[in-house]
Design a protein around this ligand. Structure first.
Ligand SMILES: C[S@@+](CC[C@H](N)C(=O)[O-])C[C@H]1O[C@@H](n2cnc3c(N)ncnc32)[C@H](O)[C@@H]1O
Length: 332
């Protein structure tokens, strides 16, 4: 069986995504208050620090989703086709939750391929190497793709008769605002065929104190994760942010229904960004939003599925109903 990975980010794609990145930073830093979109935060290092976040005992979205995979892997397996199918994962990161499912599918003697897709090439390489070390004797083939979600999804055109289950875990959908999430699941539905499945991990609305604790760990991992964004801006755009002059804090905002992370400037300062040929000013304690994690209600999840051409097959909750992995089928 083969374990391969490909980088689909050609120079042309990379140049256009660099332009998109620069444009998003220009818009975000020109706003008042300053606000950068969550997707800027993921480079190889961002993805590595996210793995540390998933290991924090207090970060319930990861702990709940691990529990769901451990406890309900047979329920997921029972839904899947008995003939050959493909597991595609968008934003796989280190793939540690999926590993639980893959192991179970192999033990259940099902025939399937696994296609993890992630913008971080480092994460994809590490994941393919990890799976090769564990499963080289199994019948599973793995093709890791370092690519943007929908560029990677083009792979669906190969083996058009094979059914797909697309995983989108880790509450990554929460990084989008509701209208963007609607657009995303709609575009995903258009890329799939009737009978294909998606499984999406949603963090549910809960006590704001629980949310606050989850995003403000005492060991400072969340702060490192958010401040890594400044390193990304320095490297990609030739900015001169000094991380020592910024701190981070997360807050639940009842108006946006999201946990929002802010990077605060601890002093009055200016930052020059070479690629934008522009200087940006920060007042002392000015806050710049760096992350957005939307908290869903069950009825919002139902509307999202039904308005986008899916039928909800089942909802898999953790013991405390803090998180749900919702499995949908693309309607006929
Ligand atoms: C919140 S993490 C989730 C990781 C993993 N699925 C989990 O549940 O622990 C989001 C992942 O999506 C990847 N990612 C973010 N934007 C992406 C994009 N546009 N295309 C592909 N991958 C992306 C990041 O590199 C990161 O690994």
């Amino acid at each position: 069986m083969s374990f391969t990975y490909q980088n689909l980010q050609s120079e042309i794609v990379a140049a256009s995504s660099d332009d998109q990145f620069a444009q998003a930073v220009l818009e975000g830093l020109s706003r008042n208050p300053k606000r950068l979109p969550s997707w800027l935060i993921y480079d190889d290092r961002g993805s590595e620090i996210f793995t540390e976040i998933t290991q924090l005992v207090g970060y319930h979205p990861a702990q709940c989703e691990f529990e769901i995979f451990e406890q309900q892997k047979q329920v997921i397996t029972d839904i899947l086709p008995k003939d050959a199918f493909r597991v595609i994962e968008l934003g796989s990161g280190d793939g540690q939750k999926t590993h639980i499912l893959l192991k179970h599918l192999i033990q259940s003697k099902l025939t399937f391929d696994y296609v993890p897709i992630d913008i971080s090439e480092g994460a994809i390489k590490d994941l393919v190497d990890f799976l090769k070390s564990r499963f080289s004797q199994s019948s599973m083939s793995v093709t890791g793709l370092a690519a943007d979600y929908f560029d990677g999804l083009q792979v669906i055109r190969e083996y058009p008769n094979r059914r797909n289950i697309v995983l989108f875990l880790g509450s990554t959908i929460g990084n989008m605002e509701l209208p963007a999430a609607e657009q995303f699941v709609g575009k995903l539905q258009q890329s799939l065929k009737p009978g294909d499945y998606v499984m999406i991990g949603f963090d549910l609305m809960k006590h704001p104190k629980t949310l606050y604790a989850a995003y403000n760990d005492s060991t400072g991992v969340f702060e490192r994760f958010n401040l890594n964004l400044l390193d990304v801006l320095n490297r990609k755009l030739g900015a001169n942010f000094s991380k020592d002059h910024f701190v981070q804090q997360g807050h639940y905002n009842p108006k946006s229904h999201a946990v929002e992370s802010y990077i605060y400037s601890t002093r009055k300062q200016s930052v020059f960004i070479e690629a934008l040929e522009k200087e940006f000013f920060f007042e002392a304690w000015e806050a710049m939003q760096s992350e957005h994690s939307y908290k869903y209600t069950q009825s919002e999840i139902e509307s999202l599925a039904e308005n986008s051409g899916y039928r909800i097959v089942t909802n898999l909750f953790d013991e405390h109903h803090h998180f749900v992995d919702s499995i949908w089928e693309v309607k006929q």
